[in-house]
Design a binder for this molecule. Structure first.
Ligand code: NIG
Ligand code: FE
Length: 417
């Protein structure tokens, strides 16, 4: 069986350690091997060590990649994206520059509703073409697994259509996808005056169909003023659980509405955003073992200054996760290196903490820490080679991609498309 050896990296960032999310001091401990090397066989990591050690294991037909003056990192795991949508939000983008807020745009029927209209009008194949192009953007930026949410269909047929596209991206491209049902993203126009009707549609029609077709692993909700309140959220998420879905939640993005407490009460796996969460919300998350997913891209792109209180979360022992929130409205970026930059420059995470949050902790939040998120014996050979000597450069240089090569299951991914 032919194998692949990646040798001589300035720093091999392994993130080796227990197969679980890291917290406290562990967050900054990347388990770096200088002059490191990897041996890959059958798409998995067969050995990790110093270059001479790996060289001694190479056989005649082993393909050798020289990574001198490079850093090698596990593929990023992006635990919060809205991959599948059609249409354009450039009008909102320009309106915000002229002073309108995200909430004002939503109130007059722009925002998410614009994307819902366009996504309903698109066929599954139209959406697949768009999503595949975006999948290549993620790969080009060193991301090899993403969580992807529905939520721009808001009818039974259109939510299922989006979830099928998410599944097809996972089987037809190199990017692994983890599907989340977000039917409770907004109330659609036809239910504007009849919220309980839409909630019943989610519970009675959408969730059973998703369970039948095994189209999602997680159920999510936008718990926010003018969207789904705490009572609505409790009902929908409790039903989601009954249909076999684990929970992730959008909470406290624009206002502090008690969403973090609800995430704790329902034992959600993650509570995402948390820009407005105060100390009581953080301690509720800590008591319940909920992982915070922080999305600095949406704070940046909405022109806000209020980043989540990550240092308090780390002090409270939380195994924090960093993700892009890739979406057309509030965070049009697929770049985890950009999120590392924001995390360090704006949120005061160290570069090491940010990398842990973007790899192994994200993998744990998606229940995949046994197969991805670190470079260790037996895990999938998903990694990227970066043109730099020091891992901190990934967060330091921004607006430039340092990615040289990306591998998924030991296969090199062409990055040109
Ligand atoms: O995570 N918060 C709700 N959903 C997205 C934004 C969606 C949109 O504006 O299209 C978010 O920021
Ligand atoms: Fe989101």
């Amino acid at each position: 069986m032919s194998s692949l050896a990646v040798l001589h990296e300035s720093q091999l960032i392994t993130l080796a350690g227990p197969p679980r999310a890291r917290s406290g001091k562990e967050l900054g401990d990347l388990k770096i091997i200088p002059d490191g090397g990897l041996l890959v066989a059958n798409g998995k990591i067969a050995h990790v060590g110093k270059t001479p050690e790996i060289e001694s294991l190479c056989q005649r037909d082993t393909e050798v990649i020289d990574s001198r003056r490079c850093v090698v990192l596990p593929g990023f795991v992006d635990a919060h994206t809205h991959l599948v949508f059609a249409g354009s939000r450039l009008e909102d983008f320009e309106s915000r520059a002229r002073g309108e807020t995200y909430e004002q745009i939503a109130k007059r029927g722009g925002g998410i509703q614009t994307t819902v209209q366009a996504t309903r009008a698109a066929t599954e194949d139209d959406l697949l073409v768009l999503a595949k192009k975006r999948a290549s953007w993620f790969l080009q930026n060193g991301t090899t697994t993403i969580e992807a949410k529905s939520g721009y269909g808001l009818t039974l047929k259109d939510e299922l259509k989006i979830l099928r596209v998410i599944r097809r991206v996972g089987t037809e491209t190199a990017l692994e996808t983890v599907p989340t049902f977000l039917g409770a993203h907004a109330f659609p126009p036809e239910f504007r005056e009849h919220h309980t009707g839409y909630i019943s549609l989610i519970i009675d029609k959408m969730l059973p169909a998703i369970e039948r077709e095994k189209l999602a692993e997680y159920c999510d909700i936008f718990c926010e003023q003018n969207y789904f309140d705490v009572e609505d959220s409790r009902r929908i998420l409790t039903a989601g659980k009954q249909h076999g879905l684990k929970l992730r939640m959008h909470v406290d993005q624009l206002t502090n509405g008690g969403g973090a407490q609800l995430a704790a009460e329902l034992r959600a796996i993650t509570a995402d955003h948390l820009e407005q969460t105060a100390a009581d919300g953080i301690s509720a998350l800590a008591k319940a073992g909920v992982q915070p997913v922080l999305l600095p891209g949406s704070v940046y792109a909405l022109g806000s200054k209020k980043y989540p209180a990550v240092r308090q979360m780390i002090d409270a022992g939380r195994a924090v996760v960093l993700a892009t929130d890739f979406n057309p409205g509030s965070s049009p970026s697929p770049s985890m290196p950009m999120m590392l930059s924001l995390a360090v420059a704006q949120m005061r995470m160290t570069p090491g903490e940010a990398i842990t949050a973007a790899t192994v902790n994200a993998a744990a939040s998606l229940d995949r820490v046994d197969t991805i998120g670190s470079l260790e014996l037996g895990k999938l050979a998903n990694f990227a080679i970066y043109d730099c000597d020091d891992y901190r450069e990934l967060a330091y240089w921004f607006g430039v991609s340092l990615v040289r090569e990306v591998y998924v299951r030991g296969a090199r991914i062409p990055l040109s498309s």
